[in-house]
Design a protein around this ligand. Structure first.
Ligand SMILES: NC(=O)c1ccc[n+]([C@@H]2O[C@H](COP(=O)([O-])OP(=O)(O)OC[C@H]3O[C@@H](n4cnc5c(N)ncnc54)[C@H](OP(=O)(O)O)[C@@H]3O)[C@@H](O)[C@H]2O)c1
Length: 337
């Protein structure tokens, strides 16, 4: 692998694809790149590098990580850190890196959920793997039913005060816990920046109160799995391709390619075709139709997929008629396609 620093595309900021994150001073690209899958030990280093560099050249300034992304857990941070140091070091001030803690990371009672002990130790380990002095956003990855919210939030507050994170966020919190987290962080003097919920045409749970809390609180939001892990793309319309996520991930199952799914996905694909775009592009424009959504964080297993997803930002927004036409095929509530 070449060690030459990357010379970034001089036109990377020619399109204004940035949206303000709630009522904060930070803007995020409307599409961000997530490193949950496809950035572990089974992916060639060159492919990871090419996707990360292509993102930056397209103006995608935000990379989303977590302590447990890999496999194995931690690998995505290590690879990303190496790639950043080798190729993008001069551009660090143009990049927003996030990481998270909240899922199981190491054995024993201090390697999971939301204690102050776990969150702050995990952030230190993330910074070591990334080879960075600070991350831009540090998230509590999921609510902890046992730890008092005050304790988890005070750990986020300390992460920011110590300079190890610039902003704090929460992920997978429901509406009530989000409201409470906002209140606590405001009182601590470190306002929460952002929420990261799952949201797509196939999982509209955030419409049941969470987006309202996000809007009222002035939080930004970055929605994950906006392509439903590939279900809202052309990937599975004609079978299960070799190397696709279903073939190697425990998080997406062959049983999800049901007749109902295919019926919905094909109907949505026809609507996309009518707009001259891909199903992935339609799905991304659909989540971004709501101004309370700051960014959609996509995964990509190739440079081509990333380009296709980012090109969704070149299309005119969906019209009210198009949104209405999508409605019968977009699943409501927690029902899954
Ligand atoms: N906070 C949380 O709890 C949480 C949970 C999950 C994810 N996340 C974040 O959200 C990010 C995205 O999640 P995700 O990977 O599930 O998102 P996704 O964007 O819904 O799915 C990504 C997958 O869709 C396929 N794909 C992507 N772009 C495509 C295109 N243009 N055309 C055709 N297929 C395309 C690829 O599948 P193949 O691999 O089959 O090619 C890719 O791996 C993660 O990396 C992570 O940063 C956060």
């Amino acid at each position: 692998m070449s060690h030459t620093p990357h010379v970034a595309n001089p036109d990377r900021y020619s399109k204004d694809i940035y949206r303000r994150c709630g009522r904060s001073g930070l803007k995020l690209p409307a599409i961000s790149l997530g490193l949950w899958q496809n950035f572990g030990c089974s992916t060639p280093m060159e492919r990871m590098r090419d996707i990360i560099l292509e993102a930056f050249d397209l103006g995608i300034t935000h990379y989303d990580l977590a302590n447990n992304y890999g496999p194995p857990p931690g690998a995505a941070e290590s690879y990303f850190g190496r790639i950043l140091r080798k190729y993008l070091k001069p551009y660090r001030d143009e990049i927003i890196v996030s990481t998270k803690a909240g899922y199981g990371m190491w054995p024993g009672p201090y390697g999971d959920f939301g204690s102050r002990k776990y969150l702050l130790a995990s952030l230190d380990r993330s910074l070591e793997r990334l080879g960075m002095d600070y991350v831009d956003i540090f998230y509590h990855h999921r609510p902890d039913p046992e730890t008092p919210l005050e304790e988890s939030m005070s750990a986020l507050d300390q992460a920011v005060r110590s300079g190890k994170a610039l902003y704090a966020g929460i992920s997978n919190y429901g509406p009530d816990a989000t409201r409470e987290a906002v209140r606590i962080m405001k009182a601590l003097g470190t306002p929460l920046l952002i929420h990261q919920p799952r949201y797509s045409m196939f999982d509209r749970t955030p419409e049941q109160g969470l987006l309202d809390v996000i809007g009222e609180s002035g939080l930004g939001s970055i929605v994950f799995s906006p392509l439903a892990q590939g279900l809202l793309t052309n990937r599975y319309l004609k079978g299960i391709p070799e190397g696709s996520r279903i073939t190697h991930s425990e998080f997406l199952k062959e049983s999800q390619i049901s007749p109902t799914y295919l019926e919905r996905a094909k109907a949505l694909n026809e609507i996309a075709k009518g707009r001259g775009q891909s199903l992935a592009q339609l799905a991304l424009q659909w989540v971004l139709r709501d101004e309370r959504v700051t960014s959609a964080v996509v995964g990509a297993s190739s440079v081509g997929q990333l380009r296709d997803s980012v090109a969704s930002l070149d299309f005119e927004p969906l019209t009210a008629d198009e949104i209405a036409a999508i409605e019968p095929y977009a699943v409501h509530g927690t029902e899954k396609a």
